[in-house]
Each structure stands twice: as structure tokens, then as C-alpha cells.
Write a protein that binds this ligand. Sequence first.
Ligand code: ZN
Length: 215
Amino acid sequence: MTQHHPTEEYLLHHAAGALPEGQALLVAAHLTFCPECRETVRQAEALGGAFLEEDAANPVDVVAALARFPFDLPPEAPQVAPAAAPISDIPLPLQPYMGARLSGIRWRTFWPGMQTVRIHTKSDPAADVSLLRLASGKGMPIHTHGGDELTIVLHGSYTDETGQYSVGDVATADPTLTHRPIADAGGHCVCFTVIEAPLKFASPWARLAERFLFR
Ligand SMILES: [Zn+2]
């Protein structure tokens, strides 16, 4: 079970189709792990559908409708696993961007113990979307954020000042947070991250590396 979820704001925006591509991919990846958030998104989609059906001359009271959220809806239909699904350790929504296996990723070393690969999105090229691989016990350089950073763990786990994150968990960092994620002992950690604005590294060497390797 996942312990850390996207905020309800991200889930509602995802249901409305209002997230930029990178963030939408990350939330979709989390939904493959998390029945709880799938249910929230399903209810938000039902709410959106109700808005669309409203008579334009009799507009729905959005505030009152949101106050009733979440609603009691019929339970989600059971998910049927596709027969002979290919073995994969990458969530289905991410596979068009990076293939089906983490072992197929061609990493570039960014920092001792840290490798990365840039993921190219189609509709929001300004976003910094990437995969990160931290060796066991290794951490990212300490950094703050110029924008919101969303992270989902795809393999292993890491810990920072805000807690421990395992496969399927989502971390949200904003410009007020200075943190240093460190991969837990026992194996490497792979994360998919989406950053709205470039990270602000405290170390000038890390800033140089970011400038020349991360783009
Ligand atoms: Zn969740």
C-alpha cells in the first residue's frame, strides 16, 4: 500500500484534464498503485460530468457541489488483469516514454552515486521531466526548488527530511522545502520526477552539472 499520495488538488486537476503532461503522467503512474486515489479521481470525473450536463441557464453552484465532495458512488468495477501481460517494472502510463523495463534505461551519471535520464514530453517541453537512479545510501545534492517538484518511486525507497518513500509513493516539494533525498540501504532507488522550474542547487558544482547534463 502506498503511504504518500498526490494532494487532492493534483487529483482534481488530473480528473479535469488540467495538469501539464509531465504531472499528468506522474499522477497516472500513482493511480496504477493506489485504489484510494483512483476512487478520488473517479468521483471527481463524475463531478465534472455532472457540471457538463448542467443547463447553461441554470448554472451549477460549484462551491456547494465541491462541499459535498467526495460523493457516494457505486463501487469501482473490479480491475481485470490483462491475460499474458508483459513483465514490466514501469507503470503502463510511463511506458510510451521510457519502455517497459528499468533495465533498458540508458543512464547518464550526474553526481557520484546518482544517474539520470531526461524524459522528453510532447506538450510541455519547458518542464524538467526525468528519471533518477540513486545508489544505495547515496543522496542528491541538497537543493531547494524554484517550482513544484513531484516525485514517484518506481524501485527501491528513499528517505528525506519529510519521511520514507517506497514504490508508488508520491512526494511533493515546493520552493519552501530544502531537502536531501537519500536512497535507503539494501538497494538502489529509481524515481520519476517532474519539476516545473529548474532546481536551485546550493553547490556551484551541482549547478554547473545541472546546467550542462540535465538539459
Ligand atoms: Zn494515492
